[in-house]
Design a protein. Structure first.
Length: 294
């Protein structure tokens, strides 16, 4: 362990609020991102990413979480030295990495909607195709069920059986149109899910517009009958709209796309690595007591 004293807070100071280190979570799930593990030699200019100690052991810095990991020099180097910065792809860090987790959470929600709507569309199309063949067995089952509980026979227009009776009475073309609308909605949700999972800017706009449009009927439904599921759905969609509009700076809000790109460069670019650890001349290799690994 390091002999350096742990920093203490000033008397009366508010304790620092702990936050989720998404970099540690990402490295725990997918491993560290190291550069130059196949290089034959380490130059002084590489001190930002790789350093050698007196015993010849190399300390490689994770490009994502800043942990220093000890590795022996490669037995069969594939290159003479570390690649240039332009050849190294930096992983996401900071707020861009956090945003990717949030966008993928929204994407999973949209994919769930897509699957449910796709199943519903298939059910509607199958019902529209087989409706005439199913009509007689359905009414026999409905009459037997209602007789068994002492209720009236025939159409009564209430409950689930009433909804099914109205479906059998609907025009065939109406059912096909309903199925087509549900299918289109399922495709839209699927496109949103794929785009958000890949962090595409157009998917953020598409999700914002589609979700905002759906808020109107959701609010209207609450004026007739309030349920926990309806309220939860409305709250989730409102949160998605506010997050996309404010945090992702849509429609030029809070600086728009330029500010979003600036945040990405600030948190995930070379400047971010240089802020945490110095580059050439920034000291010797870290000691084992200072190694941090998720």
């Amino acid at each position: 362990m390091s002999d350096e004293p742990e920093p203490t807070a000033a008397p009366g100071a508010r304790p620092e609020r702990r936050r989720i280190r998404y970099e540690l979570l990402e490295c725990a799930l997918h491993g560290h991102r190291l550069a130059g593990t196949d290089a034959a030699a380490v130059r002084p200019a590489d001190a930002l990413l790789v350093r050698e100690d007196a015993g010849g052991l190399r300390w490689h810095r994770c490009l994502r979480c800043d942990a220093w990991l000890p590795l022996p020099p490669p037995a069969r180097p594939a290159r003479d030295s570390l690649p240039d910065r332009e050849s190294i792809e930096l992983p996401l860090r900071g707020r861009p990495l956090r945003d990717r987790y949030v966008l993928r959470l929204i994407a999973l929600d949209r994919m769930l909607h897509c699957v449910v709507l796709a199943v519903l569309a298939v059910a509607v199309f199958a019902f529209a195709h087989e409706r005439e063949r199913l009509r007689s067995p359905f009414y026999r089952f409905a009459d037997a069920l209602q007789n068994g509980v002492g209720g009236p026979t025939g159409a009564h227009g209430r409950g689930l059986l009433g909804e099914a009776e109205r479906a059998f009475a609907a025009h065939g073309r109406t059912l096909w149109v309903i199925g087509a609308v549900i299918t289109a909605y399922a495709v839209l949700e699927g496109v949103e899910a794929v785009g958000l999972w890949r962090a595409r800017r157009w998917a953020e706009y598409l999700t914002f517009v589609a979700t905002s449009v759906l808020l109107v009927p959701e609010i209207y439904e609450l004026t007739g009958h309030v349920s926990a599921l309806k309220v939860l759905t409305l709250v989730i969609n409102l949160a998605v709209v506010v997050y996309l509009l404010v945090a992702k700076r849509l429609f030029g809000l809070r600086g728009g796309g330029r500010a979003e790109a600036a945040v990405r460069a600030h948190d995930s670019g070379w400047e971010a690595l240089e802020r945490v650890h110095p580059g050439p001349g920034g000291g010797s290799a870290p000691s084992p007591g200072r190694t941090v690994a998720p």
